[in-house]
Structures are given as structure tokens and as C-alpha cells.
Design a protein around this ligand. Structure first.
Ligand code: NAI
Ligand code: MG
Length: 363
């Protein structure tokens, strides 16, 4: 566990973000209390990254957001977006995307794990069969702003958008992925490539994987072209442990992976700056769900699991393991009175949150 006091900025945002966040914070406080983790949750950011703030103040965040949030160790984030009030590109680019960019959160991390009580869309899978991580490069690669358009509206019209792979950018995501693989029992890393078709940048990616592998002799490495890799996610998910990909390939795999476990609604995500120079951000994968917002029926597990990832990120392993155990226990044994409707139960957000909190305290 960390020696100094951890300070977390709590930003619930829009829609069900406001409903699931209190459950997430309560569960985190319970876990930290049980394991004597010195932590503070600053809940004074209630209107940050909300569309209501945008309508009132003309911006999703105050001008000094970066210097304010820089003083925290992590951001615990709910969701942003209310397309009836503010167009999505304004609300998203004015908040979440700013955090990711300005805080150089160059890792996007998502677990793909089969949980009890959730119907797996793949046939004949049992608990333990699917348990891997997708590590996505989150700052460069295919998502670059280098390029342009010329001769618009004429026969010569063309567009170019370049892929940017820097040695710094590629090596730092690979290093993170190799270290994650090294920390796991299987010690197996799979690289997503397409060096048969994309003949300059992807061979470079492969070359850097090979160079990085020399420093991690105990990690077993393989690589697959992205097309067959997607097929193997569906056909043989048991074979994966840590999967690393460029921004575009990682984007696809980090939706496909959780989807293969049926848990996209409860899945969490980390946007991580491993250097600690800036805060990392932990959030559920889901958005603000305007269709169910205000009804109190949102599933809080994505939010709670995101908090679990945050504890793990800080090295608080006992607390993180306990939260995961509580989530699995609730899903497996909570029953229809406790489980929320998205998973076929009759429970509500507060009830499921409270149930998990009590399991964190007593399991
Ligand atoms: P969404 O994830 O908000 O909702 C998709 C569907 O899943 C909806 O039917 C919703 O009711 C259901 N759902 C989502 N989370 C749930 C939960 N915890 N419990 C039960 N059901 C849940 O995605 P959608 O509808 O495409 O986007 C809505 C808004 O959220 C948009 O403004 C969008 O831009 C934003 N968004 C924000 C994200 C973020 O803050 N990271 C991520 C995705 C979307
Ligand atoms: Mg995506």
C-alpha cells in the first residue's frame, strides 16, 4: 500500500453517473476502512463535466481545471453526456477527452473476465475460462491529427491521415503491458499487429515488441494479425492473458473483449498515466444512459469495479481483491431481489450498492 495519503477527485458527471457514483464511493470507503488505507474522496466536483454546468456557465469545466485536478492522485469518474441538452462532441471533448490528453493517460486498460450470474454470449464457457486484460495505446497511432484534405469537390479530391508511432509512445505502452504480463501467473503477452498489410508502421510495432521482449525473458510472447485475433477472441478466449494493441486495434479489442464476457454493462476501464506525473482516471465503460437516468435502476457494478481497478493501481491489493470478491459474490448469490434489471433481476442501484458494501465489510 502507498505510504502517503491518497487524494481522489470524485466527478460523477451526467445521468446515471450521479446515481452510481455514491455507491462506488461508499464501497471504496468501506474497503479502505477495512484495510487501513489512508484515502480521501473529494466530492466537491459535483457539477464538473455536466451538461447542466455547460448550459449555465458555457463550459464543461472551470478554466483552472488542470491545476486543480493535478493535485489529486486519481480521478474517479462517472459518465458524461446529455445529447438532448448539449451535443455529445461538445460535452465529451470539453471534459473526458481533455483529461485523457492533458494528463497524458497513455494506457487504456480493460479487464475481460467472465463473472458469475452473467450470461456469456459464447457457448459453454465457465468461470475462469475468460480472464485477460486488453492494454490499448491511448495517445497516438492511427488516431492522429496529421493529414489533410485537398482539392475538395473536384475530381482530384483526396484525404490523407497519417499514423504516428513514436519510439517513446510504442515502448511505453509495451513496457506497461510486459510488466502486467510478468505480474500474472500465466506471464503471457499477445501483440495485435497487421504487419502483412500495413507495411511500415506495423513492422515497426513488431520490431519494438521483439526488442522489449528481451528485457522480459520470463514472459511468453506471441503476435497475431488483428483480423484473426478478433476471431480468436470469440473462438478461443481461454488462450489470452494480456493483449496489447495500438490505438485503433486496442479500441476494437477493448470493446470486443468485454462483449465476449457479456459484461459490457458492468465493465470498468482505466485511463492510466503510469508515471504518476498526472492523475489517472477510472470509470465504468458505460455512458450516462439518459434512457434510465433518474429511475434509480442503473447497475452500479461498472462504477464499483472501476474503483476496484483504482485500488489495484495504487497497490492496495487486499482491498482490491476484497471488492472483486464482493462483486462476484453479489452477482453469483445475490438473487433476483438484489440484481438489477439489466441482468434480469428486480433490484435497484442503491440496493445492489448496499449489498456489495456489506459484503466488502463482512466477507
Ligand atoms: P450508454 O452506455 O449510456 O447506454 C447504452 C445502453 O445501456 C442504454 O440502454 C442504457 O440504459 C444501458 N446501460 C448503460 N449503463 C447501464 C447501467 N449501469 N445499468 C443499466 N443499464 C445501463 O451509451 P449511449 O446510450 O450510447 O450514450 C448515452 C450518453 O453517454 C451519450 O451522451 C454518450 O456520448 C455518453 N457516453 C459517455 C461515455 C463516458 O462518459 N465515458 C461512454 C459512452 C457514452
Ligand atoms: Mg471504443
Amino acid at each position: 500500500s502507498p505510504k502517503k495519503k491518497l487524494r481522489i477527485a470524485v466527478i460523477p458527471g451526467d445521468g446515471i453517473g450521479q446515481e452510481v457514483m455514491p455507491e462506488g464511493v461508499a464501497c471504496m470507503k468501506a474497503a479502505c476502512k477495512r484495510f487501513n488505507i489512508d484515502i480521501e474522496f473529494d466530492e466537491s466536483f459535483n457539477d464538473w463535466a455536466t451538461c447542466d454546468r455547460y448550459l449555465k456557465e458555457g463550459s464543461m469545466l472551470p478554466d483552472n481545471w488542470k491545476s486543480v485536478l493535478s493535485q489529486y492522485d486519481a480521478i474517479y469518474f462517472g459518465a458524461v453526456g446529455d445529447p438532448e441538452k448539449v451535443p455529445d462532441h461538445i460535452s465529451l471533448w470539453g471534459s473526458l477527452i481533455q483529461f485523457r490528453r492533458e494528463f497524458d493517460q497513455y494506457i487504456s486498460l480493460r479487464p475481460c473476465r467472465l463473472l458469475p450470474g452473467i450470461e456469456c454470449p459464447l457457448a459453454n464457457k465457465k468461470i475462469g475460462d475468460i480472464d485477460f486484460w486488453v492494454v490499448r495505446e491511448n495517445t497516438e497511432g492511427e488516431y492522429s491529427s496529421v493529414g489533410g484534405k485537398m482539392f475538395p469537390g473536384t475530381d482530384r479530391e483526396f484525404v490523407i491521415q497519417d499514423t504516428i508511432m513514436t519510439r517513446t509512445g510504442v515502448d511505453r505502452v509495451l513496457k506497461y503491458a510486459f510488466e502486467l504480463a510478468q505480474s500474472r501467473p500465466k506471464k503471457h503477452l499477445t501483440s495485435a499487429t497487421k504487419s502483412n498489410g500495413i507495411s511500415i508502421s506495423m513492422p515497426y510495432w513488431d520490431e519494438r515488441v521483439k526488442a522489449m521482449a528481451e528485457g522480459y525473458g520470463d514472459v511468453k510472447v506471441d503476435k497475431f494479425h488483428i483480423d484473426i485475433l478478433c476471431a480468436f477472441f470469440v473462438l478461443r478466449p481461454e488462450m489470452f492473458d494480456v493483449v496489447v494493441g495500438s490505438n485503433l486495434f486496442g479500441d476494437i479489442l477493448s470493446d470486443l473483449g468485454p462483449a465476449c464476457t457479456g459484461s459490457i454493462g458492468v465493465a470498468p476501464s482505466g485511463n492510466i498515466n503510469p508515471t504518476g506525473l498526472f492523475p489517472s482516471l477510472f470509470e465504468p465503460v458505460h455512458g450516462s444512459a439518459p434512457d434510465i437516468a433518474g429511475k434509480g435502476i442503473a447497475n452500479p457494478i461498472g462504477m464499483i469495479w472501476a474503483g476496484q481497478m483504482m485500488l489495484e493501481h495504487f497497490g492496495c491489493k487486499d482491498a482490491a481483491d476484497k471488492v472483486m470478491q464482493a462483486i462476484e459474490e453479489a452477482l453469483g448469490k445475490g438473487g433476483p431481489e438484489v440484481i438489477t434489471r439489466d441482468l434480469g433481476g428486480k433490484g435497484d442501484c442503491k440496493g445492489l450498492g448496499k449489498h456489495i458494501l456489506e459484503l466488502i465489510e463482512t466477507l
